[in-house]
Write a protein that binds this ligand. Structure first.
Ligand code: AMP
Length: 419
């Protein structure tokens, strides 16, 4: 495309401390959130005629951590297509050449709020179990594609007022170092499993721990294990759940084991004490039954030793969750991940810049040729769009509208779809 034509397609707008340079099809930008990678805005897409979310990745190749995460996210978002994982609608860069390349914009389906906002609400069993079911469906789909998340948290899970839920990111790369003996830097680790905190080997049910922490927070209204760093995080876990058995300690590497063995010993509390009846709606026989099922599920997810913790499949079959079971959601065919070395890649800043730039061009090429995931672009966009619309969904003009509407819809009027 010639330079002039390309320049005319974009306009620039200040959002908070940042400037967004976006395609003219996207209008009415408003900030709705920010994360480690940058600012996210809502916008109206005049071509798809719907509201979207636009995330700006500023110089994503600037260092190893940013680059790996941005590249991984871009590649995975292009491959994965499941109703409980956020869908990518467009990718673009306003810069015209590799030399000028700076920023990437990801256009996604717009949701109403993140789970941090929902945690403050009083949820009934129907909504709580439906939200958990969808988290588990999304996680199962990622696992089926060989992606183990390891870093699920409420800020990376978004919901709509009709109670539909999507996971926003793909977590830690297999090669990402974590662990007790690592230098702490500012990142939320409240939801990280013991095997991640202690730098042990892990399996798919590492993500079940995070779901357990999120569920506990939704029930309690406050963070279950609010550690200030990895060490404090571990203390919070053992104070409540008790010091793990010798059998577990034997699985730790020597230096971590020495540290863990030298902590004071805790007996922990029963799940009846940790999650007493008053935390659950218990006004009817039905609610009493559901409360005891919910507590049972918590007690099976929040198990320090992963070999004794419930699996994602078992959680999906649990009485509290399986009322929502739909094979088309649970057993959707896994996506094929095109880049097999995704997690192993190590590159210089210049190489990352080129790799990310190529991914953006590849998207532009595929959309231009009408191919999105093997479908003509128009069909791809319409099907994906339609599949996520719900009769209760509304259009919003501001972030406050979203949250206030969200609370009224979720707590008062909205109902999750019938099981
Ligand atoms: P992230 O940069 O992906 O960590 O997102 C930061 C925050 O922006 C999230 O916690 C959400 O509050 C918000 N957000 C991101 N993507 C979306 C989206 N597609 N729909 C609604 N809110 C979003």
């Amino acid at each position: 495309m010639n330079r002039n034509k390309r320049e005319k397609e974009y306009y620039s707008i200040d959002v908070g401390d940042s400037t967004f340079m976006v395609l003219k099809r996207y209008q009415n930008l408003r900030p709705i959130g920010s994360g480690a990678q940058g600012i996210v805005c809502s916008a109206y897409d005049h071509i798809l005629e719907r509201n979207v979310a636009i995330k700006k990745l500023s110089r994503p190749f600037q260092n190893q951590t940013h680059a790996k995460r941005a590249y991984r996210e871009l590649v995975l978002m292009k491959c994965v297509n499941h109703k409980n994982i956020i869908g990518l609608l467009n990718v673009f860069t306003p810069q015209k050449t590799l030399e000028e390349f700076q920023d990437v914009y990801l256009v996604m389906e717009l949701m109403d709020a993140n789970l941090c906002q929902v945690i403050q609400m009083e949820l009934d069993h129907e909504r709580l179990s439906y939200l958990l079911y969808q988290m588990l469906c999304g996680i199962k789909h990622l696992h089926a594609a060989g992606i183990i998340h390891r870093d699920l948290k409420p800020s990376n899970i978004v919901v709509k007022s009709d109670c539909t839920l999507k996971i926003l990111d793909f977590g830690l790369a297999r090669t990402a170092a974590t662990g007790l003996l690592m230098t702490p830097y500012v990142v939320t680790r409240y939801y990280r499993a013991p095997e991640v905190i202690l730098g042990m080997g892990y399996q798919a049910n590492v993500d079940v721990w995070s779901v357990g922490c999120i569920m506990a927070e939704m029930v309690r209204g406050s963070v279950l294990f609010p550690g200030t760093d990895h060490i404090d995080q571990w203390n919070k876990v053992i104070e409540q759940l008790g010091t793990p058995s010798q059998e577990f300690l034997m699985k730790l590497n020597q230096s971590v084991r020495t540290y863990v063995e030298n902590r004071p010993r805790y007996a922990g509390y029963s799940f009846e004490k940790l999650f007493p009846d008053v935390l659950f709606p218990a006004d009817s026989e039905h609610n009493k039954l559901k409360a005891s099922q919910a507590r049972d599920l918590l007690s099976k997810m929040l198990v320090i030793d992963a070999s004794k913790r419930i699996s994602v499949d078992e959680a999906l079959q649990h009485a509290y969750i399986n009322v929502w079971y739909d094979p088309s959601e649970v057993e959707a065919p896994p996506p094929a991940i095109t880049d097999k070395q995704l997690d192993e890649r190590e590159h210089t800043v210049e190489e990352w810049k080129e790799l990310i730039y190529k991914e953006v061009l590849d998207w532009e090429e595929r959309t231009k040729n009408g191919i999105i995931r093997g479908q003509p672009a128009s069909i791809g966009a319409v099907v994906r769009d339609g599949a996520h619309q719900h009769p209760l969904s509304t259009s919003y003009s501001s972030c406050n509208d979203i949250t206030s509407s969200m609370s009224s819809a979720l707590t008062l009027t909205g109902r999750p779809p019938e099981a």
